[in-house]
Design a protein. Structure first.
Length: 255
């Protein structure tokens, strides 16, 4: 798939253990007529497998990736790496939506991306008692999920991601979702909770805005009829994740 300037690019990442889940995710996109996606394969075996299935894949290895993290589940190090990937794509002029492979697209949510005309960032929202990290949930009444979020290609977002990268390096928080939310909390953004149909609009120092999407649209847990994307509660291994997707009727490959 040739990459074209100023296009919206949907991205995810995968290792060989999650290859079938990547196929399912790409199949769900294909059912919606969406082909402007790219999976960053973190090992050669995954990349070759996806290419053999005509899935859009880019090899993106990390030399010091901990084997014990990458073997059965996805690596926390790769969770942070995706922010650097997103920043580089923004610098090339692409608007980016990141989606976990277990965030399965049921209906086309790209109309949400029209909000890029008004907002610099969009993000899915978790709004239940166990929302992570708890300190942000307690302060805001919700947290932002790094399993489905988007960035418009602009200077404000590139600067935000550069500063977030420094926060990663200088902080002691291992979990990327914790660090992402904690960094935003530290900026003390203002909240507009009167956004029609959505959760909240955060305005950061410097004027960048982040739209917290209605949690019923990018749905954590069991998807409802209103859901555009179904994103079950995360599992620890590829096999568990596959079983969870099948349980939630989010499996589009042959069973």
């Amino acid at each position: 798939m040739p990459l074209r300037e100023n296009d919206l690019l949907i991205i995810s990442y995968c290792n060989y253990f999650y290859r079938e889940i990547a196929l399912n995710w790409a199949n769900a996109l294909g059912r919606l007529g969406i082909d402007n996606y790219l999976i960053f394969s973190i090992d050669k075996e995954c990349h070759e497998f996806l290419k053999s299935k005509r899935i859009n894949s880019c090899l993106h290895t990390i030399s010091d990736l901990p084997k014990k993290q990458a073997a059965g589940g996805m690596s926390k190090k790769m969770g942070r790496e995706r922010f650097y990937i997103i920043k580089s794509l923004l610098q090339e002029g692409y608007d980016v939506v990141y989606s976990d492979l277990d965030a399965v697209w049921i209906k086309n949510p790209l109309d949400l991306c029209a909000n890029f005309n008004d907002d610099h960032m969009i993000a899915s929202v978790v709004q239940h008692a166990g929302a992570w990290p708890p300190k942000v949930s307690k302060e805001w009444g919700f947290t932002l999920c790094t399993g489905w979020f988007g960035f418009r290609a602009c200077v404000k977002n590139i600067k935000f991601l550069e500063e977030l990268g420094e926060f990663f390096k200088n902080g002691k928080i291992v979990c990327d979702q914790d660090a992402y939310n904690s960094y935003l909390l530290s900026l003390n953004p203002s909240h507009d909770r009167g956004v029609k149909g959505h959760c909240s609009r955060l305005t950061l120092p410097g004027g960048a805005t982040l739209l917290g999407i209605n949690p019923e649209l990018i749905k954590r847990g069991h998807p409802t009829n209103k859901a555009l994307v179904g994103h079950p509660v995360s599992c620890k291994t590829a096999k568990q994740t596959m079983n969870k997707l099948k349980e939630k009727n989010l499996w589009f490959l042959e069973k």
